[in-house]
Design a protein around this ligand. Structure first.
Ligand SMILES: Nc1ncnc2c1ncn2[C@@H]1O[C@H](COP(=O)(O)OP(=O)(O)OP(=O)(O)O)[C@@H](O)[C@H]1O
Length: 276
């Protein structure tokens, strides 16, 4: 059964059609890759699902509920969390405080309850701290909990972002380029964490990623966008050999795609972008 169903989504920014009649379904418990050349519309689709962008047409069903009828702030409460393409953490705060921001909408604490340090508010805060520390343990950063984010190397900061998304225990996690900018060791660590998310927590993941090796290794299903349209969908092995997909990558940046067997492996521009 599909946890997420995107149906006929169209997004326009002025005269630019960023998404045109885009549909895809994501089965519960799977890792779904969303790939495509730069400007294809991948982040815009994430922004629609997380309610940052209102589409001109279409609907988004999450566990059968129409998301676009709900106010944007309700999305987190339904069990959807996301990370961002660029690390969006407060560098001056501690790692723990950053992770706690992933819970602020679900804490049942009133302003006065917190200000007056009422017992119920204190219990809720303790519970939130325990959850945040658990999320940090999960990504291997528990010992860094009380350090400022600015003290952590970039690869660790990406894992803080992951912990902040995980702390609310989402059913659906949207990962926007989780491996972007990571050195090889950090990339392997991130890949292992995403695989564990699926295996141990049963989290459904949709992942935008230019690192096609990672997508092919982790995803059970892949959707390819180009110029705002879906040009291919299916298991990774089939998608990587799809002539339309290969042409889209080659056409948008001559010479950037195509392994020796005519697949997308090896020299795709995403891998170039990650190593730069
Ligand atoms: N807020 C906005 N206002 C105007 N145009 C936008 C806006 N957001 C995105 N776009 C445009 O919509 C198109 C799709 O952008 P989007 O960021 O979704 O692509 P992408 O596939 O995520 O690209 P990348 O891989 O480079 O991150 C691009 O042409 C982009 O310039």
């Amino acid at each position: 059964m599909s946890l997420l169903a995107v149906e006929g989504i169209t997004v326009r920014f002025g005269g630019l059609v960023a998404l045109s009649d885009v549909s895809l379904t994501v089965a519960e418990g799977t890792i779904h890759g969303l790939i495509g050349p730069n400007g294809a519309g991948k982040s815009t689709l994430f922004n629609v699902v997380s309610r940052f962008v209102q589409p001109a047409a279409g609907q988004v069903l999450f566990d059968g509920r129409e998301l676009l009828r709900l106010p944007p702030h309700a999305v987190g409460g339904l069990g959807i969390a996301r990370t961002f393409q660029n690390v969006l953490l407060c560098q001056r705060l501690t790692v723990l405080d950053n992770v706690l921001t992933g819970l602020h909408r679900s804490l049942p604490v009133s302003f006065w309850g917190a200000a007056l340090r009422l017992p119920a508010a204190m219990r809720a805060e303790e519970h939130a701290r325990a959850r945040a520390l658990e999320a940090l343990e999960w990504v291997g950063l528990r010992p860094w909990a009380h350090r400022r984010v600015s003290e952590l190397p970039f690869g660790a900061q990406k894992r803080v972002e992951l912990a902040r998304a995980l702390v609310s225990r989402p059913r659906l996690l949207l990962l926007d380029e989780p491996a972007a900018g990571l050195a090889e060791g950090d990339r392997r660590q991130m890949a292992a964490l995403i695989a564990r998310l699926q295996r141990e927590l049963g989290t459904t993941v949709v992942m935008v990623e230019h690192d096609l090796g990672l997508v092919m290794d982790l995803c059970q299903e892949v959707t390819v966008l180009d110029f705002g349209r879906v040009i291919a969908q299916g298991p990774p092995a089939a998608v990587r050999r799809d002539p339309t997909v290969i042409a889209a990558y080659i056409g948008r940046e001559a010479g950037a795609a195509g392994g020796p067997d005519g697949t997308l492996g090896g020299q795709d521009r995403g891998e170039q972008a990650c190593s730069s």
